[in-house]
Design a protein around this ligand. Structure first.
Ligand code: TRP
Length: 334
């Protein structure tokens, strides 16, 4: 039995990109008999880039309600809040002591920020960079190794963090015995990387997202804003050069995609194409949307689920942490 694990940082509202690229495939995998799944709300990660307490609390609530509304079976999958697993920050320290500073210096994310500082003429390339941000790949490594995950589905931008996780795990194993499996990166297929309104990857950093739980009318309005070219109704359109088509494909069956492709060749008007896209997405989301709205009205139910998840996850993390501490020499006097 393999373990699949992934987390979502709780700094914003869930959008269609999170759904298609992360949550939907993760829930599908959790239904398989061959996997133990661990899905969590990365609220400790949120502190790295967000110092707005209300925003973090609200995002945690929304993302938790999202997984539940979309039908995650919390009897089978472990579903928890990172900060409820006290062993994670504890393990982070053991791993921090197994992580060379140079490895963190080479982080693409960190280097990009330092380069921006230099470019903007700052005296200190580390201006505005906290230790949390600098060493966050170690926290992410602890998330993964705490449950000895075998497969970690992430976006392309996270592959270096997984390399770092393997590096740190190998060093720990080398010094203290073979405790950790090497986690494997599972990068979402291209199809699962959804373009946003402007065609770049849908991401909160680009401010081009379509929120997942918009009411029907607003969802339609957002979809109507997706960027298209100036081709007129009746003029054939190229599906391979259309964000409307890309998003449609992510929701459609093969047959539906084929029919939509033909409509493009036949010169469907952009307005009509977007209307079809809206109907397709809305059909998939309308039942979970009701569930989501209900859950958001009953936050105590969400909280209960998370606490239950933490108890279950800690059945693994508490004894494993004891074993790890023992291996480094932190143990009862004897
Ligand atoms: N850093 C990830 C992101 O920004 C979120 C995350 C935190 C994560 N811990 C993780 C993903 C562990 C996978 C495994 O997308």
């Amino acid at each position: 039995m393999k373990t699949v694990l992934t987390g979502i940082t709780t700094t914003g509202s869930p959008h269609l990109g999170n759904y298609v690229g992360a949550i939907k495939p993760a829930i599908a995998k959790s239904q398989s008999k061959d996997f133990n799944s661990y899905f969590f709300l990365a609220d400790l990660h949120a502190l790295i880039k967000c110092w707005e307490p209300e925003k973090i609390a609200q995002s945690t609530k929304e993302i938790a309600a999202t997984w539940l509304a979309l039908g995650l079976d919390t009897e089978k999958a472990m579903f928890y809040r990172q900060s409820d697993i006290q062993e994670i920050p504890e393990l982070t320290w053991l791993l921090t002591c197994m992580c060379s500073k140079g490895l963190m210096n080479r982080s693409h994310a960190y280097k990009a920020l330092a380069a921006e500082n230099i470019e903007s003429g700052a005296k200190d390339p580390d201006k505005g960079i906290t230790m949390g941000l600098f060493s966050y790949p170690v926290l992410m490594t602890a998330d993964i190794l705490m449950f000895n995950a075998n497969e970690v589905p992430v976006g392309k931008d996270q592959t270096q963090h997984l390399e770092m996780a393997r590096d740190i795990a190998a060093r720990f194993n080398h010094h203290f015995g073979n405790h950790f499996d090497m986690p494997q990166t599972i990068v979402a297929e291209d199809q699962a990387v959804l373009p946003g309104l402007d065609g770049r990857k849908m991401s909160k950093s680009y401010n081009n997202t379509i929120p997942l739980w918009l009411p029907e009318k607003k969802l339609r309005k957002h979809i109507m804003k997706i960027k298209t070219n100036l081709l007129e109704p009746g003029e054939p359109k190229d599906p391979d050069d259309s964000f409307v088509f890309d998003i449609y494909k992510a929701f459609a069956t093969k047959e539906q995609t084929q029919i939509f492709k033909q409509a493009f060749a036949d010169g469907i008007a952009w307005g009509a194409a977007k209307q079809e896209l809206f109907e397709l997405i809305n059909k998939e989301l309308s039942a979970p949307r009701e569930k989501y709205n209900e859950l958001m009205q009953q936050p105590e139910l969400i909280e209960q689920e998370l606490l239950k998840g933490a108890v279950k996850a800690r059945e693994f993390s508490v004894p494993f942490m004891q074993e790890l501490k023992k291996s480094v020499g932190i143990r009862p006097i004897s």
